[in-house]
Design a protein around this ligand. Structure first.
Ligand code: DCP
Ligand code: MG
Length: 423
């Protein structure tokens, strides 16, 4: 037994994160519907919007054209990734001053186990108050916090009173009572596909899971049994120190569908570099690299490749390049990369391959040690002076290719969107 009732776990989620950062930095936006993603008339999607815009029905991942129909008087803008990463760093530092047991889910969301922190900082409610008030005073943003006896309870609680909310679920009994009448989708691991299968056997609510437990187990096997446990409020998952739930990504929506593979590879090379910089700033390594592609007509696919943990642009690029090469060549509307399975540790045993050199080209006389030194120097310069200070030969070629086509970032109207891709 893990002493369920004693555990104190927080789930913190920033409110309308990108839009809130933009409003903080431009007070004229206050009170107006703010939509971050792309400009009206373009082909991007909504990354997020503030709560004013949500009153008109605008939502994350909606095409900008649809958002514009719903909210023509809104303020539309491109995402400013660097600002969100900077705000995220500040927020994470606040969390880290209360506990070192943290699972980072995305730039704006994480789980904190504060069970032991209570001795030092007062009870859990006090810690919640401090995190909320420091987030407002030091970062200028609001967040919603759920306090729970388990990770599921904390997550559910943080969604109860959004925005700027606080809610607590301190026992499995409270959890059961709260979720019984709700859709099965509230149970962790029940995604749209599982919900559809359950619906086919007449199970729509959490309460239905209990009355039809046998059928659920028959149809879903072990997963069914796990879902029923979770619905009962049993969730022993421990907040990971391995950042296992986190992913970070970037994606580009093109104004015209792209078929030129070289061009797509150049975009991927630049994206890989940006992501490599982002995870190195966080001191993380990624095992899994995922390529996301959306074809005209909004059909999306993802392909993933897992290997040794890395934070190097060349490794990230080579994995997505391989994945792209395996796909049928047809026009592409959106392309993106995300990194997941993030760890704080490089693999003990280094892989049998040559590491990145400063200019990508690998020459036999450069020993691995030299290359790592070069890499360290490069990273140090980037962290001190910004990531554009030094570029590798291939990255320069990639930028030139993108520019030569008369498609600089503005003209090309590429929209970058950081953050978690929701499953
Ligand atoms: N994001 C994105 N694309 C999506 C969903 C989210 O780029 N499809 C980005 C923008 C969000 C940020 O990730 O600001 C955090 O995602 P959340 O789901 O937490 O959404 P918000 O913080 O914007 O709003 P909420 O108040 O609902 O948490
Ligand atoms: Mg959020």
């Amino acid at each position: 037994m893990k002493g369920e009732k004693q555990r104190r776990i927080l789930h913190v989620d920033m409110d309308a994160f990108y839009a809130a950062v933009e409003t903080r930095d431009n007070p004229e936006l206050k009170g107006k519907p703010v939509i971050v993603g792309a400009l009206p008339g373009e082909r991007g999607v909504v990354a997020t919007c503030n709560y004013k815009a949500r009153e008109f029905g605008v939502r994350s991942a909606m095409p900008i054209s649809k958002a514009y129909q719903l909210c023509p008087h809104g303020v539309y803008m491109y995402p400013n990734g660097h600002k969100y990463v900077a705000a995220s760093e500040q927020i994470h530092q606040i969390w880290e001053s209360y506990t070192d047991i943290i699972e980072y889910i995305s730039l704006d969301e994480g789980f904190l186990d504060i069970t032991a922190s209570q001795k030092l900082f007062g009870n859990a409610q006090n810690i919640v108050r401090e995190i909320k008030s420091r987030t407002w005073k030091e970062v200028g943003l609001t967040c919603s916090i759920g306090l729970g006896y388990s990770m599921s309870a904390a997550k559910l609680a943080s969604e109860e009173k959004k925005p700027n909310g606080y809610f607590e679920i301190l026992t499995p009994a409270e959890m059961r009572e709260l979720i019984a009448p709700r859709s099965v989708r509230v149970v962790y691991t029940v995604g749209p596909k599982t919900a559809e299968r359950l619906e086919r056997i007449g199970v729509r609510t959490v309460a239905d899971l209990f009355t039809q437990a046998d059928r659920v187990s028959n149809v879903l096997g072990n997963h069914g049994a796990a879902i029923i446990d979770l619905a009962r409020g049993i969730d022993d998952r421990e907040v990971g120190t391995q950042t296992r739930g986190q992913s970070i990504g970037t994606e580009q929506t093109f104004q015209t569908d792209i078929t030129d593979t070289d061009y797509l590879k150049h975009i991927l090379r630049l994206d890989a570099r940006k992501l490599s910089y982002d995870i190195q700033q966080k001191g993380l390594y990624a095992k899994t690299v995922t390529l996301k592609i959306t074809y005209p007509g909004m059909h999306s696919i993802t392909r993933a490749k897992s290997d040794f943990p890395t934070n190097l642009a060349l490794d990230i690029y080579q994995r997505v390049e391989k994945l792209l090469d395996q796909l049928e060549k047809k026009p592409i509307r959106l392309i993106g990369i995300s990194l997941s399975n993030l760890t704080k540790h490089k693999e003990e045993k280094p892989p049998e391959r040559v590491q990145l050199s400063l200019f990508d080209e690998v020459t036999p006389e450069k020993t691995k040690r030299d290359q790592e030194k070069l890499h360290d120097v490069l990273m140090k310069l980037q962290l001190e002076h910004g990531q554009n200070i030094i570029k590798s030969g291939s990255e320069l070629a990639a930028e030139n290719h993108v520019k030569k086509q008369g498609l600089n970032k503005k003209k090309q109207q590429v929209v970058s969107s950081y953050g978690r891709s929701k499953d």
